[in-house]
Design a protein around this ligand. Structure first.
Ligand code: ATP
Length: 268
């Protein structure tokens, strides 16, 4: 078994409550994935097709993987994150076999959310030299995806990419990744929520203003905010160990950490 990344996700479940902002995305996932899964009968009655996947795109660190994991949490499904690069194998036919194994494992452990990161890696137009390897893999992926009925199969597919323009256009047709959803950098309100969520179990002084923190972090991704909090915590701990005086994490610590952290969504 050479796909080391295909481990069942064990850490504590996250749900939509843990995801800051992204309200319209939550609604889309609800309608496209969660509802057909919870109430397939309703969709059958209305002759509404279910199936196909959602392709999330946007700058790194803004919650694509996180919301996919939370989707699994919402419906009590197993979460299987897969990096396309882990499937690729130069040996003839092996990539397709790896992909097939991924689907097989996810099927065997239903209900499952199968999350494919770096879907753009399959865009063979990017590297014509690789097209001999990529074409059969792309075709296998399309075949696997088309054979799934979200409503009855209890197997959900979510894809993600930072480079949607590189995703092979064959993936964007009905029954495949037919919903393309932008996952934006968190806005003011979302940043406030993310700070709140990530700070809630820390020993905080009473001067913390989530609003000011959110104002000072324009262009910061959710992952950047996580880094800010990590850095502030580390600095306070270092000080405590050096001075032997315990204290809480204060506003100043966080503001300093913000200045030391470069926002990552500006470049995208
Ligand atoms: P990449 O494109 O690099 O794979 P991504 O969009 O998949 O990035 P995630 O891995 O989902 O980003 O986000 C990184 C971390 O940042 C998450 O584990 C999560 O803790 C935090 N995070 C990002 N966005 C949010 C959000 N909207 N709410 C709460 N936490 C978030």
């Amino acid at each position: 078994d050479n796909i080391s990344s295909l481990k069942q996700y064990q850490p504590k479940t996250v749900t939509f409550q843990d995801v800051g902002g992204l309200d319209s995305l939550k609604k889309t996932i609800n309608m496209k994935i969660i509802k057909p899964f919870m109430d397939p009968g309703l969709f059958t009655k209305f002759r509404k097709k279910t199936g196909g996947g959602i392709l999330l795109f946007g700058p790194p660190g803004c919650g694509k993987t996180f919301i996919a994991k939370a989707t699994a949490g919402e419906i009590g499904a197993n979460f299987f994150p897969v990096h396309i690069s882990d499937i690729l194998d130069p040996f003839f036919g092996q990539s397709e076999r790896n992909l097939h194994d991924v689907f097989k494992t996810a099927r065997a452990n239903r209900p499952s959310v199968l999350f494919f990161d770096e879907v753009d890696t399959l865009g063979y137009s990017r590297s014509k030299a690789n097209s001999d390897i990529m074409r059969p893999l792309i075709d296998s992926m399309l075949t696997e995806m088309e054979s799934i009925d979200t409503g009855t199969d209890n197997l959900l597919i979510i894809g993600a990419t930072n480079m949607p323009w590189d995703v092979d256009s064959a993936f964007k047709r009905p029954g495949r990744f037919d919903k393309l959803v932008f996952v934006p950098p968190p806005d003011m309100e979302a940043r406030q929520t993310i700070f709140q969520l990530k700070l809630k179990e820390k020993p905080l002084s009473s001067d913390i203003s989530l609003e000011i923190l959110a104002t000072k972090t324009e262009y910061y991704s959710g992952a950047d905010i996580e880094n800010v909090i990590e850095l502030a915590t580390e600095n306070v701990l270092t000080e405590i160990m050096e001075t032997n005086q315990e204290r809480l994490i204060g506003m100043e610590d966080l503001l300093y950490a913000i200045e030391e952290t470069i926002p990552s969504t500006l470049e995208w």
